[in-house]
Design a protein around this ligand. Structure first.
Ligand SMILES: Cc1ncc(COP(=O)(O)O)c(C=O)c1O
Length: 325
């Protein structure tokens, strides 16, 4: 018999798939690391399980305890899976710009979800960071995992995602391209890959409205860069501890429109129904194509599944309302 003991054992070991039509004008091999094959349909299952297990090991999470997290949906999904198997309660705070599908999915797994306003500063008591922090102080036996500053996040990618990419490319990878939110994926993978070969280039994909690119290039945290945007999952108005700026060679900003259109190309031309940040990652790579040589091997990581965006970027009316079509 060949079976897993529970759904958590299916996390990781996701496939890598060659991109064809959407990169036909690029000179080199481009591979997609398809993280939708995780049981929660996103890369975040990896770090969610690691944060829960590290909290257990540290004695912060005890049987019957409550896990609190601010999440745009994917981390919540991973945490909810772990909590269901391990017997914890979950309360998630999220922002009102996230897809309704994401919120409903978290509720389907038994979590309580508190939707907070997007257009407030992180310090505002209504922000989804502040609400999570307050609840963790008020609820006995609760722990706020805080994916932004909890370094178990990037460690998960150092231990699993990075080694998988190195092995799947037989060490031939030259460029890693990935959207940056908490920074866990980019920093953990980059650390592992650069330890194997320091010449591998790491390109982080950022959004307009986020502070990352300017901070990386100038050291200035410029509040004037911050404005609301439509892209989901990447870009920040804070500097999470999980972003290791020294490991990232370049940040490329992608517009909401270009990310959405690129995601639709992945679905229509490659059969890959993926999330918004997957489109941003492809669009960012395409913006950088003049930097690539025929012998290069590029890996683009695709964070999550398109089912979470059916009412948005895969809906023609929504696309027209945004002025994207
Ligand atoms: C859809 C999506 N894309 C990209 C990211 C960014 O990944 P990370 O937080 O590891 O930087 C996230 C994380 O929340 C996400 O949910």
């Amino acid at each position: 018999m060949d079976y897993k003991n529970n759904i958590l054992e299916t996390i990781g070991n996701t496939p890598m798939v060659k991109l064809n039509k959407v990169v036909a004008d690029l000179p080199c091999l481009v591979l997609g690391k398809i993280e939708t094959f995780n049981p929660g349909h996103s890369v975040k299952d990896r770090m969610a399980l690691k944060m829960v297990e590290d909290a257990e090991k540290a004695g912060k999470l005890k049987p019957g305890g409550t896990i609190i997290e601010c999440t745009s949906g994917n981390t919540g999904m991973g945490i909810a899976l772990a909590a269901t198997i391990k017997g914890y309660k979950c309360i998630f705070t999220t922002s009102d710009k996230q897809s309704k599908e994401k919120v409903d999915m978290l509720k389907a797994l038994g979590a309580e979800v508190i939707v907070c306003p997007t257009n407030v500063t992180p310090e505002d008591p209504q922000s989804y960071y502040s609400v999570a922090e307050r609840l963790s102080q008020e609820i006995p036996g609760s722990v706020w995992l805080n994916q932004y500053d909890n370094l178990s996040n990037r460690q998960a990618h150092y231990e699993s995602t990075g080694p998988e990419i190195w092995q799947q490319t037989a060490g031939k990878i030259t460029h890693f391209v990935v959207g940056v939110g908490t920074g866990g994926t980019v920093s953990g993978v980059a650390k592992y890959l650069k330890e194997q070969n320091p010449n591998i280039k790491i390109w982080g994909i950022d959004t307009y409205g986020s502070v990352f690119k300017k901070y990386h290039e100038t050291g200035i945290f410029d509040e004037n860069e911050i404005h609301s945007y439509i892209t989901e999952g990447i870009g920040e108005d804070i500097l999470p501890k999980n972003v290791d700026f020294a490991l990232i060679d370049h940040f490329e900003k992608v517009t909401d429109k270009d990310g959405a259109l690129a995601a639709r190309r992945l679905a229509q031309e490659e059969g890959l129904l993926l999330g918004y940040s997957a489109g941003s990652a492809l669009a960012g790579l395409r913006q950088m194509k003049d930097q690539l040589k025929p012998e290069d091997v590029v890996v683009v990581l695709f964070h999550d599944h398109g089912s979470r965006y059916i009412g948005k970027l895969y809906n023609d009316d929504w696309m027209r309302e945004q002025g994207f079509m």
